[in-house]
Design a protein around this ligand. Structure first.
Ligand code: SAT
Ligand code: MN
Length: 583
């Protein structure tokens, strides 16, 4: 018996019987355990050792070439009533879903080791944290969960004390795309994932628990589970504002969370600290503010494009204790990806000699997995049981035209509409076409575990007596000019927008009102030290294209209509308000 919790013990027994696993390992999270599993992965070839001198304790994992991203078309939310998942999710009746996937699990672990991973999403002692247990037959998953969550004995102790946990069952199966499903049973707090070893499909604490199941729990319990980074912005006076920002996958959340301000800002005493880069759980505190934790303990970041000039903090954490998935390697066995430096890689992510004619060295969705504490700007406040108070919420997308650099919502309801109507160009983080504009409300399109209309209604409920809510903003770093060049320098220069945001929060800067919301006064916006970018350029990024927006709002209305009668009237009211201002 490896646990005092009967429900857990019984479930594990039942899974062993069903999957016919050879051997059961209860993960403790110890260093010895880590080493043993690393060695096993090296033996099976699932890990390759990287250059021990330049990258101590770093490993390369090359996945099946058909298993490199999330599979949204194979991801289901399985509830008793179809209506509850909304048009934003694929639905299957729980009975049918269990039957289908249980059939795949049947006997699938014969000859394999089954790992039982108790984990805690969030600081072990935080009342906002939630626990789960993932059962998996992938040692690679274990090593990633070790970095991404608080896993092992401490988590098990909490689970035994609480008596409940989210159940996650995972098998890589045959890695056959035709025998692959990611299924969620929010009413049973259960996840079953079969046939993929890729991050978002297999590390069940992450998108499956912390967002899909989490959002459902959050709705019933009065909190929010969001696809947001959390950063702390300290001004020269020493006050820190915490900002939570939602962007779709592969739109720069990791870079923004670890931003190093431009030189002039650093000299003046501005500083950014990192709480999280992907997921934010927040709930109202006694003071009426929203208090947030990062449920994760590591970063599962996109490698390509991570470089000295784009994210020096990320680079600094990646030379040690890191798992690299689907990147290339250099002659001397260092990890390499497009944009890193001008070295020429020797081998590509499929394990073939690198040939630029054949394709990139690193898969566009190649990833690094690393513990948060390796991040030079990691905030000690990230371990606060209470969380951090959020001053501003930012919604962003990737739009090459139309959407201004930054806009502030007039009210909470207006901000919820802003979030609900974000559209963004698709990226390599999910299988399917890249660069297609699709609506991605609150960057939660692939992650909201229930009907979007109910989700927006839930957001609106936070605006009540006694609440002291964050200000809401939208941003767009990705506008392009006629020559297809980015118009805003982005990266560390995004600090200028963050400065404007916190100055708005503390009423330190003006704004002018537009149909879309409040925008910076071009003359007041801090462009000090930004060479090659003029106030005219800024003006272009803050202009509202009336005709373009009329079309956009017509599309938006149609999009909202697609969610039927459950869409809150308040959102239509905000939409009408913008339309009348545009006219
Ligand atoms: O694949 S993950 O879902 O873990 C990362 C992402 O797409 O945001
Ligand atoms: Mn993400």
């Amino acid at each position: 018996m490896s646990t005092t919790l009967l429900a857990l013990e019984n479930w594990v027994k039942q899974v062993v019987e069903h999957t016919q696993a050879d051997k059961v390992v209860w993960c403790t999270g110890s260093d010895t355990e880590k080493q043993e599993i690393d060695e096993l992965l090296l033996e099976t070839g699932d890990f390759k050792k990287l250059n021990e001198e330049t990258h101590p304790n770093c490993f390369l994992h090359l996945s099946d070439p058909q298993d490199v991203a999330r599979v949204e078309h194979l991801t289901f939310i399985c509830t008793e009533h179809k209506d509850d998942v909304g048009p934003n999710n694929h639905w299957m009746h729980p009975e049918k879903a269990h039957a289908k996937i249980d059939d795949l699990f049947s006997g699938c672990m014969q000859g394999r080791t089954m790992y039982v991973i108790p984990y805690c999403m969030g600081p072990i002692d935080s009342p906002i944290s939630r626990c789960g247990v993932e059962i998996t037959d992938s040692a690679y998953v274990v090593q990633n969960m070790r970095l991404m969550t608080r896993m092992g004995t401490h988590a098990l102790n909490r689970i035994e004390a609480e008596g409940h946990f989210v159940k996650g069952l995972h098998s890589t199966g045959e890695l056959d795309p035709d025998r692959r499903y990611i299924m969620h049973f929010p009413e049973e707090l259960t996840i079953k994932s079969y046939g993929s070893g890729y991050g978002g499909n297999a590390l069940l604490g992450k998108k499956c628990h912390a967002l899909r199941i989490g959002s459902y729990q959050a709705k019933t319990e009065g909190w929010l589970a969001e696809h947001m980074l959390i950063l702390g912005l300290e001004n020269p006076q020493g006050d820190t504002h915490y900002i939570a920002a939602a962007f779709p996958s592969a739109c720069g959340k990791t870079n923004l969370a670890m931003l190093i301000p431009p030189e002039g800002y650093v000299q003046d005493g501005w500083k950014i600290t990192t709480i999280g880069d992907d997921i934010c759980w927040m709930r109202p505190g006694e003071d009426g503010r929203l208090w947030a934790i990062n449920p994760e303990a590591g970063f599962f970041g996109v490698a390509p494009g991570t470089a000295k000039n784009t994210n020096p903090n990320a680079l600094a954490m990646l030379y040690k204790d890191t798992i690299f998935t689907n990147v290339g390697v250099t002659e001397d066995n260092q990890p390499w990806w497009e944009g890193l430096d001008d070295k020429v890689p020797a081998m590509d992510w499929k394990g073939n000699p690198y040939d630029p004619e054949v394709g990139p060295a690193a898969h566009p969705n190649s990833r690094f997995t690393v513990a948060s504490k390796r991040c030079p700007t990691y905030s000690p406040k990230a371990e606060n049981a209470k969380g951090v108070p959020i001053s501003a919420i930012v919604f962003g997308g990737r739009r090459e035209n139309l959407v201004p650099l930054v806009t502030q919502a007039r009210s909470w309801a207006h901000g919820v509409l802003m979030g609900a109507t974000v559209a963004s160009e698709t990226t390599a983080a999910a299988t399917g076409a890249v660069g297609v504009v699709r609506h991605d409300p609150m960057a939660m399109k692939p992650f909201c575990g229930y009907h979007f209309a109910d989700y927006w209604a839930h957001w609106l409920t936070f605006d009540k007596d006694g609440a002291n809510l964050p200000e809401i903003f939208t941003v767009n770093w990705f506008r392009k000019d006629e020559n297809n060049n980015f118009m805003w320098p982005g990266f560390s220069e995004n600090m200028r927008v963050l400065e404007w945001i916190v100055n708005r929060v503390s009423n330190n800067v003006g704004a002018h009102s537009t149909a879309l919301g409040d925008m910076p006064n071009v003359q007041e916006f801090n462009l000090n030290g930004l060479d090659g970018f003029s106030r005219d350029d800024l003006n272009k990024l803050l202009t509202v294209d009336l005709n373009g927006w009329k079309t956009e709002l017509a599309n938006t209305t149609e999009y909202l209509n697609g969610f039927g009668e459950r869409v809150p009237d308040a959102l239509y009211k905000e939409l009408d308000n913008i339309k009348s201002k545009l006219n």
